[in-house]
Design a protein around this ligand. Structure first.
Ligand code: COA
Length: 260
């Protein structure tokens, strides 16, 4: 797994740590980063050795400081739309991965960087993290999903404020509004992400995958979402891990899940 702009390490527990590696540009998302993320997450979908992904940025200053502004001078109406659609497709692939993805936000998460964190299933941030959607300062609006994912996560009012003012917020405010799941000292960031991932990976894998799929259906009207939940619940009831989980509870022992 060699990528121009990503460092990838997979440990013995199946946790892939993916580091976006352009620290001299604060890990800004150029076209190559987008293509590398697409290729990695396509692989992660298929590769059984990868059970979960932690995404972070190289260096201590930045997670991702946005899309690559150096490229913006080329954009017009047509290419701008294509640019947004390409990024959205890759971020959708991340969000739709049936394995947990945690953003470990180690500094600036601005514009496309904040949107990348929003596309992950969970977000843990260091106390040095800074979030924002500063696109209005450049005469554009978010194009990689913030107008849709941010209101779903923090509510329409706060999302509107962040997007219209372009203000940056620190990690404590991000925690207060529910943008991040955990706020930890910078030195503890990766351990905390691995700890959360370890907890998730100790559960029945098909139940975790089913939960992620059901949670995706939360975008749909309630009746459709509930139907999706019931279907996925039924599928879980057909698994060996369901039998094992219930038997282990009744026998007062720890369950040993096989992922079947
Ligand atoms: N795209 C391209 N390059 C970027 C970038 C981005 N989104 N964000 C930072 N960089 C580059 C800078 O141009 C600089 O490159 P250089 O050393 O070749 O000049 C390098 O990263 C370091 O950034 P710098 O601005 O010098 O660091 P700083 O500590 O003074 O400021 C920020 C940090 C994050 C406040 C500032 O870089 C910034 O505002 N970045 C843009 C954020 C943004 O608007 N993102 C949304 C884009 S839609």
């Amino acid at each position: 797994m060699v990528y121009d702009t990503l460092l990838v390490e997979v440990d013995d527990h199946g946790i892939a740590t993916v580091t976006i590696n352009r620290p001299d540009k604060l890990n800004a998302l150029n076209a190559q980063v987008i293509e590398d993320l697409d290729a990695f997450f396509a692989l992660a979908q298929e590769d059984e050795a990868i059970r979960g992904v932690i995404l972070t940025g190289a260096g201590s200053k930045s997670f991702v400081a946005g899309a690559d502004i150096a490229r913006f001078q080329e954009l017009d109406g047509v290419s701008g739309k294509a640019f947004a659609e390409r990024g959205q497709a890759v971020f959708n692939r991340i969000e739709n991965l049936p394995k947990p993805v945690i953003a470990a936000v180690n500094g600036f998460a601005l514009g496309g960087g904040s949107e990348l964190a929003l596309a992950c299933h969970l977000r843990i941030a260091s106390d040095t993290a800074v979030f924002g959607q500063p696109e209005v300062n450049l005469g554009i609006l978010p194009g990689y999903g913030a107008t849709q994912r941010l209101p779903r996560l923090v509510g329409l009012g706060i999302a509107t404020e962040l997007i219209l003012t372009g203000s940056m917020i620190k990690a404590d405010r991000a925690y207060e509004i529910g943008l991040i799941n955990r706020l930890v000292p910078a030195d503890d960031l990766m351990d905390s992400a691995r700890d959360m991932m370890g907890t998730i990976l100790s559960k029945a894998p098909l139940a975790v995958a089913g939960s992620l799929r059901a949670l995706r259906a939360a975008d749909q009207p309630l009746s459709a979402g509930l139907q999706a939940e019931a279907t996925l619940f039924g599928e879980a009831c057909d698994t060996a891990d369901f039998k094992e989980g219930v038997a282990a509870f009744l026998e007062k022992r720890k369950a040993s899940f096989s992922g079947r």
